[in-house]
Each structure stands twice: as structure tokens, then as C-alpha cells.
Design a protein. Structure first.
Length: 286
């Protein structure tokens, strides 16, 4: 068992054994990620639950309990400044939270453009991995019992930048040979941005943007301004959007792993309220 899964097992020690088992991992690029050919066999590096050296982007899949699974799906892009992935606190733990809402979750490991020695770019490679993840989930929706018309994209910090790039901005022309997965749409049905970074905001395709839930802390000098700016853009364009700013709260509150403020402990409930009000937890009429 790798270090990251050992950490996950410790975090979930109170859960039933079935929940602590290693989840399924699926590679999203069948023939390797475009531009990563020279690193196809380089292993991922895990340091204290943080992941780096991602050259084969993949999804770690957390299925909702069949007893209350509702067919909704969310792809999560963890943060980490594009230097690493905060895989547990901004990937695994949010996935477990969304599982309780009946949502099946796919946590994305994307290529890191700011890691030392990286040849990748955020706009070209990390965003391409994020779009590919949405397409992959839709192409395999039947395998996981999810509705391809209820696939959301959620991102924390740097992952929030990828959400805005994919959901609120046009897709550049693809430079690789297309396959069956590429026939699917990369536009998420809804977007969730948690203290998102500034890249991708202001958006340039806002009229086609999906409904949004946005949250940040009022002390977060980096990510409160982009959160407000995107909310205002969406609102002015007539796109349904909800914004929550939490007092006396700075960056990196994730799903309250290291914050004991009552409002932060309960912010995922506000997300559940929004998902319910917007109808994403129910089968949708075509």
C-alpha cells in the first residue's frame, strides 16, 4: 500500500472496512497524455499525502453507496498551486463528503505545470486533463451508474482555476488524434469553485457557462477577489450562481479538516442545499 493510501486508511479508521479499501483508479488517456510521451513510465511521487510527478493523468473513483446513490457525478480537481496535489484534504475527503450526498466522485490527478522541471502548461495540459476527465466520465457513465447529463466539476484553489478555464472559457482546438471519448462534451453541467485562483477569471465564454456554486474566505487575499469577480460575471450574464464568503476565514479551509469555525464545519451543507435546490440530485428531464 502506498503512503497516500496508508494516510487515507488512517483518516478513515472509524469507517467500515469496505470504505477504507483502495478505490478504483482509471487512466483517462488511453494512449498516454499528449505531450507526456517521454515520461510515460515515470512514477507518481507521494510525500505526506501530497502527490506530484503526474505524467499519466487519472481518476480515483469513489462510488456512492447504492442505497442512496442518485446518479449525479462530480469530478474534483484538488489544489496545490500547480506544484503538487493536495490529494487527501482537497480530493479524498471532499469525495467522501459528496458520497454522503449520493454523488459518485472522480478525483483527478492532472499534470503539474509549476513543479520543478515541468515542461507542462496550465492552459494546455492541466486544462486538457480536466476536460478529458469530464469526457471520460460521460463516456463511462453507464459503468458507474451516473447520469451523463448531471456531471459537475469541482475545484479547490489551483483546481478552481481549472474549473473556470473549462466551464467558463472556450476550449482551444485539440491538437491530438481524437478517439471515442473525445466525442463527449467537456462542458460540466454545473461547477463548484472553492477558493479559486485567478486564472480563467474574468471568463470569456460566460454566456455558455453552467450554473455555479462559489465559496471563499474574506481573509483570502489571493482567492476572494476572483470568487467575487466570477460571481458578478455570471450574475450579470443571467447564469444561476450562488456565492458564500466566510468571515475571519483564510485560504485552504477544504472541508473543515483543520478549521473549527462552525460556519466552515457546515459549509458543505450549503453546497448540498444548492445542489438540491438546483435539481442536480434528481433525474433530469431531457
Amino acid at each position: 500500500m502506498t503512503k497516500v493510501w496508508m494516510a487515507i486508511a488512517l483518516l478513515l479508521f472509524a469507517a467500515p472496512p469496505a470504505l477504507a479499501a483502495d478505490p478504483e483508479v482509471a487512466t483517462i488517456w488511453a494512449n498516454g497524455a499528449p505531450g507526456s510521451e517521454g515520461h510515460a513510465h515515470d512514477p507518481e511521487v507521494v510525500e505526506n499525502t501530497y502527490v506530484r510527478s503526474v505524467h499519466n493523468p487519472n481518476l480515483t473513483i469513489f462510488r456512492a453507496d447504492p442505497a442512496h446513490a442518485n446518479g449525479a457525478a462530480v469530478v474534483i480537481a484538488p489544489g496545490g498551486g500547480h506544484r503538487m496535489l493536495v490529494f487527501v484534504n482537497e480530493g479524498v475527503m471532499p469525495a467522501k463528503t459528496l458520497n454522503r450526498f449520493g454523488i459518485t466522485v472522480f478525483v483527478l490527478k492532472y499534470r503539474l505545470a509549476r513543479e520543478a522541471g515541468s515542461t507542462y502548461s496550465i492552459e494546455r495540459d492541466a486544462a486538457a486533463d480536466t476536460r478529458r476527465a469530464i469526457r471520460w466520465v460521460r463516456a463511462h457513465a453507464a459503468d458507474y451508474g451516473v447520469d451523463p447529463h448531471r456531471v459537475g466539476l469541482m475545484g479547490f484553489s489551483a483546481g478552481g482555476e481549472l474549473v473556470s478555464m473549462v466551464a467558463d472559457n472556450p476550449e482551444p482546438q485539440r491538437a491530438w488524434k481524437l478517439d471515442a471519448v473525445d466525442q463527449q462534451s467537456a462542458r460540466p453541467d454545473f461547477q463548484v469553485l472553492v477558493y479559486p485562483g485567478p486564472l480563467g477569471i474574468p471568463a470569456t465564454a460566460i454566456k455558455d457557462a453552467p450554473p455555479a456554486f462559489i465559496t471563499a474566505g474574506t481573509l483570502d487575499k489571493c482567492c476572494e477577489p476572483p470568487a467575487i469577480a466570477l460571481y458578478n460575471q455570471l450574475r450579470e450574464a443571467g447564469i444561476s450562481a450562488e456565492l458564500h464568503l466566510f468571515a475571519s476565514t483564510d485560504h485552504g479551509f477544504n472541508v473543515a479538516m483543520h478549521n473549527d469555525r462552525v460556519s466552515i464545519q457546515h459549509w458543505p451543507d450549503r453546497l448540498f442545499d444548492w445542489l438540491s435546490d438546483e435539481g442536480w440530485l434528481l433525474p433530469r428531464k431531457r
